[in-house]
Design a protein. Structure first.
Length: 105
């Protein structure tokens, strides 16, 4: 069984047991799970699929929080030749790593 969820404007295809990276968010200190209620599609092994318009009512995906981290640095360079103009900036995106435990249609 698999599902397509929406999180922070991105669509992610997940199955049970998958480890994925999602956008970092504020959670209570004792929170060990994250629930995604914006489920766009749930598919089975036989080929049938339930498609939401835009979301499936009552469907949810539950995941355990494994940890947090930051991606590799991305350099942003602005440069104009022959104008003595150069600007460099770096960016590291925060993420949360979770393991999908259950998909409920």
């Amino acid at each position: 069984m698999y599902a397509i969820i929406e999180d922070s404007g991105t669509q992610i295809k997940v199955s049970e047991g998958d480890v994925i990276r999602i956008a970092a968010r504020e959670l209570p200190a004792d929170a060990a799970t994250v629930t995604f209620d914006r489920v766009l599609l749930v598919g089975g092994t036989e080929g049938e699929a339930k498609i939401g318009q835009p979301n499936l009512p009552g469907a949810k995906v539950t995941a355990d929080v494994l940890g947090e981290g930051r991606t590799d640095k991305v350099s942003v360079v602005k440069f104009r030749r022959r104008k003595t103009y150069k600007r460099m900036k770096g960016h590291r995106q925060d993420y949360m790593q979770v393991k999908v435990t259950s998909i409920q249609a």
